[in-house]
Design a protein around this ligand. Structure first.
Ligand SMILES: [Zn+2]
Length: 373
């Protein structure tokens, strides 16, 4: 009796790229083949052939399927009836000549390629499926979830494939950079200046030309500047406050008092009718995304394309009175800067996320280096 002890040829978890995994496995298989071939002339040399790469893929896939569907695999290999779970029912799975589980499906009579008629079964929770999707996403020049999913389905049948396609696109750093969205904290409270009674320009002023001095030949010592207040309220803002004239009869008022009454009426209506309209937050009703210290962010620059926006790491936040941070200090390659949240775009990389960040492109490598700081 031959008892087959299963030892995986390669540890998939050690690889962060599908291509590297495939090639490493192909080299391992070549080494095994060459070690067993006594005739030196028959040994494999030179660059890896397509045949060797395909064989390596099959070896990896068998490994993956044995880990993902152990019961089904054992049943199929022993030619026993398969008790399929709910996910696999209706797929009519079978083992092909390489002992790889494929989907039977209903396209047997079609003219499609064998891989499309009988795609290779995968579980979307397996790490290999993630690597495969990342590789395809890059090969298809950062395709969206739907295109990625339909391309994968030409050869593979990942259970729950739509979700993994979405996840891979969402986690792609390049794609995130291209459509980086600034964070939007909850709308802040109105500043006190906008809620208190006061004349226009009480707290700010417009000064385009500098003070204009009134020319008064009778009194050349009067250097009171002409301010916007003279046009808005008819007197300097420093003049004493007026008495409350809102309840007095109109006919008993002088022209100036009547003007003052109108202004007071206006304030009263503004404070009773309009202010309560401002109570509601019309947008930015909740904190959709929050930034935390040490997270990796992009710093939006209106003068540059998104791929050239600088990377930075949040070092501290400046919470307001309501506890919501709308400003953050960010460490960049050139120093520490402060930016408002509208200029900060978080990247889908968490500090603990090292295996999942992916190191399959120079950009990924760059972010992982940053997250190790
Ligand atoms: Zn992408």
């Amino acid at each position: 009796m031959v008892c087959e002890v299963h030892t995986p040829i390669i540890d998939i978890k050690r690889f962060s790229s599908y291509i590297r995994l495939q090639r490493a496995c192909a080299y391992a298989l070549r080494f095994i083949y060459n070690s067993r071939t006594k005739n030196v002339a028959d040994r494999c040399r030179g660059p890896l052939s397509t045949d060797e790469l395909n064989k390596a893929t099959m070896v990896i896939v068998k490994e993956v399927q044995l880990e993902s569907f152990p019961n089904e695999y054992t049943c199929l290999i022993n030619k026993l009836p398969v008790k399929t779970s709910r996910n696999l029912s209706g797929l009519n799975i079978f083992l092909d000549q390489n002992n790889v589980i494929r989907v039977g499906g209903r396209l047997n009579n079609s003219e499609f390629a064998y891989d499309k008629k009988h795609p290779i079964l995968l579980c979307s929770k397996h790490y290999f499926t993630l690597l495969l999707h990342r590789h395809e996403h890059n090969r298809l020049l950062h395709a969206g979830p739907l295109l990625l999913f339909s391309n994968i389905r030409n050869t593979w049948w990942p259970i729950g494939g739509r979700n993994i396609a979405k996840k891979v696109v969402h986690q792609c750093i390049t794609c995130s950079r291209m459509k980086a969205k600034a964070i939007q904290p909850i709308m802040g409270n109105l500043p006190s200046e906008r809620l208190l009674s006061g004349y226009p320009f009480l707290c700010c002023g417009v000064d385009y030309a500098g003070p204009m001095y009134m020319l008064n030949r009778k009194d050349p010592d009067d250097y009171t500047p002409l301010t916007p207040a003279h046009f808005l309220v008819g007197r300097p803002l420093t003049a004493p406050a007026c008495e409350d004239t809102t309840t007095r009869a109109v006919h008993a008022l002088s022209r100036f008092q009547r003007l003052e009454q109108l202004r007071q009426h206006f304030w009263k209506r503004w404070s009773t009718e309009y202010i309560s309209e401002l109570q509601r937050r019309t947008k930015w009703k909740e904190n959709k995304e929050t930034i935390t210290p040490n997270s990796l962010v992009l710093i939006k620059d209106d003068n540059l394309p998104p791929l050239r926006w600088r990377l930075g790491r949040i070092i501290s936040l400046s919470p307001g009175k309501d506890g919501v941070s709308r400003v953050a200090s960010i460490r960049t390659a050139t120093g520490v800067i402060q930016r408002a949240s509208s200029k900060i775009c978080p990247l889908p990389v968490s500090t603990s996320d090292t295996a999942d960040t992916g190191l399959h492109s120079p950009r990924h490598r760059q972010t992982s280096v940053e997250s190790n700081q």
